[in-house]
Design a binder for this molecule. Structure first.
Ligand SMILES: [Zn+2]
Length: 506
């Protein structure tokens, strides 16, 4: 009996072990494509070579600059080398180009101390060196301006709060976020609210803000303000950057970012008494119109070539460094996805389209232009997925409130657990290019990434190749490639929200 009982236990254990090795018992068998894609990207990646070339050799890629044009040409050639189809550039124009020349400032009273500054994008030059008082101006309404009449001759204005917004609204400037969270977005960069008849005035506060900004600029100009200093809001001497005026128009007042250290120093000194400073900003305006480009490349679908899975990143950057983490990383990741899928000849059912956008930093302009130019094709895009939060691992995918796609997307990402992907997020953010698609009803998704040092590097003089991390970026490419192929191979397009009725006046 004893021996027989042992035999039963042995057989039971053996049977369970055999069943455990049959994945089909617990779920679908692993997709052989997944293994191939992961190995191709791990073993034959060109991601870091491309990232280094884009960051170091091409360098900063300000919208409208010759370097950005060169970057688009280089990327298009790479896509062609990788064997992609339909590689082309879609052209738009901007009003003015702009080149940074120099910016310096120092406190001269009550003591002499140098300040580290950098001109905001599209800032005009000062008229040589200007000396004047540093003044904090608080203006919420037009009436607030009157108290400063006659007091601002040659003044260097310091924005009133930590992230100060003396200038007009800015775009593409994610605010610092808690570690592990995607950056918050400024209100100005939030996706356009969906049109609902009961909310006809949703855009009015922004229009009011712009009107206030215009009045304020006129007042400052008439009063002879020398320059505006904005707080970079970062540590360790790092600068921030956005545009100084309306998009691609030259700002009314010379505007510069000062380091957090310089900003708080001036604030402390002002508590003790008057502060005098001098400033000199020199920039070059390149009269437009200037051509800018979205670079597009396809891996054609075998069954439904007219339907798309779209992967995106922005090729433009700010110009204090080389835009390595914002967004040469995302650019190199999607180029690697293109290379790997093409090298494996995976033949997706739908076309996988890769788009490198211009003008993200000035307000998602390239992706908005793409949406405008492809209005007729938007219903054929199954989903858009963007990589644009630097060098950290992809930890989840943000579905931007697209709950109707949740169930299928859960199945899409289920096999990606081994890549460290966590549960999908329904969270919406505004400041990356997927957000241009969401109001049009296209499922626009974004990679949620570990922040690493993104809040330090992005837009700063520290955004350089040495901050990038190979392993994390390869993981991002693996995630994006697997997701792209799976969505391209679904039996149907991803479900989308019902289109809201057209609001009156739109
Ligand atoms: Zn970016």
């Amino acid at each position: 009996m004893k021996a027989a009982r042992h035999l039963c236990v042995f057989l039971l254990v053996a049977a369970l072990a055999a069943v455990a090795q049959m994945p089909s018992f617990f779920g679908p068998p692993p997709d052989p494509n997944d293994t191939k894609i992961m190995a191709e990207i791990k073993d034959h990646s060109q991601l870091m070579d491309n990232l280094e070339y884009l960051s170091d050799v091409i360098g900063p890629r300000l919208t409208g600059s010759p370097q950005l044009k060169r970057a688009h040409e280089w990327a298009a050639n790479k896509f062609k080398q990788y064997g992609l189809a339909n590689v082309h550039q879609e052209t738009a124009t901007i009003a003015n180009g702009w080149e940074r020349v120099s910016a310096r400032a120092r406190i001269i009273e009550p003591t002499a101390q140098a300040l580290t500054i950098a001109a905001a994008g599209w800032s005009p030059s000062t008229t040589g060196v200007v000396r004047g008082p540093v003044v904090v101006v608080t203006t919420r309404r037009a009436e607030d301006l009157e108290q400063y009449k006659g007091k601002l001759k040659n003044a260097i204005l310091l924005t009133a709060d930590g992230r100060g917004q003396v200038g007009p609204p800015t775009f593409g400037e994610p605010a610092p976020a808690a570690p592990g969270q995607p950056p918050q977005q400024p209100a100005a960069a939030a996706p356009r609210p969906e049109r609902q008849p009961q909310q006809p005035d949703v855009r009015r506060p922004m229009e009011q803000f712009q009107e206030m900004a215009r009045k304020r600029d006129e007042f400052f100009k008439a009063e002879g303000v020398a320059a505006i200093l904005r707080n970079s809001g970062k540590e360790h001497g790092l600068l921030n950057m956005t545009g100084g005026g309306r998009t691609f128009e030259i700002a009314a007042i010379p505007t510069a970012f000062v380091t957090g250290e310089g900003y708080t120093l001036i604030q402390r000194l002002l508590k003790r008494g008057p502060v005098q400073a001098e400033i000199e900003i020199t920039n070059k305006v390149v009269k437009g119109p200037i051509e800018v480009y979205n670079t597009v490349a396809d891996i054609l679908g075998t069954e439904k070539p007219g339907e798309y899975m779209l992967l995106g990143a922005h090729l433009d950057s700010w110009d204090l460094a080389t835009g390595a983490t914002d967004d040469a990383t995302g650019t190199s990741v999607i180029m690697e996805v293109a290379r790997a899928i093409k090298a494996l000849d995976l033949k997706p059912k739908r076309t996988i389209r890769f788009v490198l956008f211009w003008g993200e930093e000035q307000g998602l302009l390239g992706s908005r232009e793409y949406v405008r130019a492809h209005k007729e094709d938007l219903d054929k895009i199954s989903a858009v997925l963007v990589h644009d939060t630097g060098t950290g691992k992809v930890t989840s995918i943000g579905l931007s409130g697209q709950y109707q796609a949740r169930e299928i997307m859960d199945q899409v990402v289920a096999p990606l657990r081994s890549l460290g992907l966590q549960e999908l997020s329904m969270r919406s953010i505004g400041g990356t290019d997927h957000a241009s698609f969401v109001p049009e009803g296209v499922p626009g998704f974004y990679c949620i990434q570990d922040m690493t040092d993104y809040n330090k590097t992005h837009h700063s003089q520290s955004d350089t190749f040495d901050k990038t991390n190979k392993d994390n970026l390869l993981q991002g490419a693996q995630v994006m490639a697997l997701v792209a192929v799976k969505i391209a191979n679904l039996s149907d397009l991803l479900p989308r929200k019902p289109r809201p009725a057209t609001a009156p006046g739109n």
